[in-house]
Design a protein around this ligand. Structure first.
Ligand code: ADP
Ligand code: ZN
Length: 218
């Protein structure tokens, strides 16, 4: 399935993407993970992106489109892709539309994950991320703690609170989301691709997506 996951920071885009990958083998493409990997690797891309990311601002559209243009043409996207954190601005959505038509691919749906501001603030403040760039597993100190406090179950690396998950950066990210990303909901509605869901329960979200895509997925 070719799916866009929309939703505020903390809405659960990454969690839903992982569950959908397990379901049909579509690949999760998280621009946030790609950018954090580049920052850790100290690459030119990482150096350019880091200043924006640390304050909770968006990385310039052109940088993102350069990444996505090649990423979407990698062979693993042939089985389907789950876009997690992209597109995030109107210019990115327009550029994605043009890119997909150029490479002969089609979107199935854009899923809008809706959660209240209180839930988002709570989820982000209690979220911990594996510091290993190759892993980036996500935990929650309340709802999904690691077996050993502060250590990743999967790779043994220390867990960290992301630089952009301080209270100040979080409220800035929510503001940026409302200004730049929320308009995409109307855009995909007009394209006839929107599926808006209450994101409190991941199971309910997954089953609604399966129902909507129904036939084609068996
Ligand atoms: P979130 O928890 O906000 O969904 P992400 O991991 O998706 O966080 O993104 C972290 C940061 O990476 C963003 O705050 C932004 O600086 C940058 N970023 C990720 N994806 C994009 C994008 N599509 N366009 C611009 N900036 C992006
Ligand atoms: Zn790890």
């Amino acid at each position: 399935m070719n799916v866009i996951l929309l939703g505020a920071p903390g809405a659960g885009k990454g969690t839903i993407a992982k569950l959908l990958t397990d379901f049909d083998g579509s690949v999760q493409i998280s621009t946030g993970d790609i950018l954090r990997g580049a920052v850790q690797a100290g690459s030119e891309l990482g150096k350019q992106a880091e200043v924006f990311m640390n304050t909770g601002d968006l990385v310039p559209d052109q940088l993102i489109m350069d990444i996505m243009e090649s990423r979407l043409q990698a062979s693993d996207c042939q089985n389907g892709f789950l876009l997690d954190g992209f597109p995030r601005t109107m210019p990115q959505a327009e550029a994605l539309k043009a890119l997909l038509s150029k490479i002969g691919m089609q979107l199935d749906i854009a899923v809008n994950l809706k959660v209240s501001r209180e839930v988002i603030l709570d989820r982000l403040a209690t979220r911990r991320t594996c510091s290993n760039a190759e892993c980036q597993a996500i935990y929650n100190v309340k709802s999904n703690p690691p077996k050993q406090a502060g250590i990743c179950d999967k790779c043994g690396s220390p867990l960290i609170q992301r630089e952009d998950e301080t209270e100040k950066a979080i409220s800035h990210r929510l503001k940026v989301y409302n200004e730049k990303t929320a308009p995409l909901i109307d855009f995909y509605d007009a394209e006839g691709l929107l599926l808006s869901l209450d994101a409190t329960s991941s199971d309910a979200v997954i089953s609604a997506i399966k129902t909507r895509l129904g036939g084609g997925l068996g």
